[in-house]
Design a protein around this ligand. Sequence first.
Ligand code: GBH
Length: 436
Amino acid sequence: MFLWGAATSSYQIEGAVREDGRGPSIWDTFAHQPGRIRDGHTADVACDHYHRWPEDVALLAEAGFNAYRFSIAWPRIQPTGRDPVNPAGLGFYDRLVDALCERNITPVATLFHWDLPQALEDEGGWLNRDTAARFADYAARVAERLADRVGIWITLNEPFVHMVYGYALGVHAPGRTLMLDALPVAHHQLLGHGLAVPALRANGAAKVMITNNCTPVWPASDSPEDRAAAEAYDILHNRLFNDPVLLGSYPDLSAYGGLNCVRDGDLEIIAQPLDGLGINYYTPTRVSGPGSDGLPFRLEEITGYPRTAFGWPVVPDGLRELLESLAQRYGAALPPVYITENGCSYDGIDDRERIDYLAGHIAAMRRAEGVDVRGYFVWSLLDNFEWAEGYHQRFGLVHVDFATGARTPKASYHWMRDLIRGGAGNGPEREGGSEH
Ligand code: GBH
């Protein structure tokens, strides 16, 4: 059965950051530092999902979603990043998973959506190889409790973004500005993924995958310089995370100074066979080359497309292009693909632009040839804490009034419900539902 779902992440929706024994995460620390988040917003309360989750499960059910992608906050499970486990933290996700199952909604659980326990950051975070082993232990603890009911496990969400925004540019937690010295963060996250896969399966996990955010890379012109820049950017953004997982090898990273922290046997650990590949798609990336700062590329604006409220260009066919390029590059090594995030920021409850966005991207997904696409998850169920933007960007199918917590389904929510009811639930290939 094709999975139609909505996605969220723990830090962006839960709030209740000091409740029931949760330890601090790097995002609590970061959001409370002055100047980090637009207007000084924090996620201390966010959507208050920690208390309002029954209402959110009801919203999923009423829309007809048969899957829900959420993430588990590591510092609720292991407040310091290691045992002992905090039973109240596990209990929260246990009740959530039960409620989803009662409504016939497949739980899709992400283990790491960037909220690392602060205690592990104090030991170097993902720059420290040991964090990979800690992650596998945490994965085992969660699976012991939930694997009998979770349909799909996702180890990491977007290790590229966590490395670049968190450790290279410092615009996300933990706020480090290491530029190319951040590269070990890629390897240690991937190693954590590779160690977690067998830990999850040993504890009963049915399906395991990773979610990478991928982007089609467009050279700004046909010049050899721009084409070389596009290839270099493709290596950093897409292949650095897909190649080791699917092929067991790193692409040529010499333009970035190489990876010096890889030990014998690491790539075998990372290249565990997977049950799927999660792909988050938002926009293509246009580059020219080379950059002026020692980088082999320069990011260029994409013109000639509409933009979301965030300013991101809306390029639905980029999703088809991306899926087909994955099929071409990886061939038989490409497992079934799940679009684990796709969505946009727009204001308002009568959000016709979001309907156009979703309709365009779902149509593009259906056009893609040579890829076995098994699921599509809208980012996001709820308006939520959009990282460095605070509450300014609204990605939800459901509007949240952050003063009261009140939820109001938007036009796009009703549109998704009609799409799923119209028979789209039977497969990605069928044209279901109404185009408004
Ligand atoms: C995801 O990251 C996250 O998983 C999720 O938590 C987040 O809330 C959601 O997306 C929305 O941001 O400036 O036009 O070149 C998305 C990663 C990185 C994708 C920046 C778009 C830049 C677009 N994004 N990227 S553009």
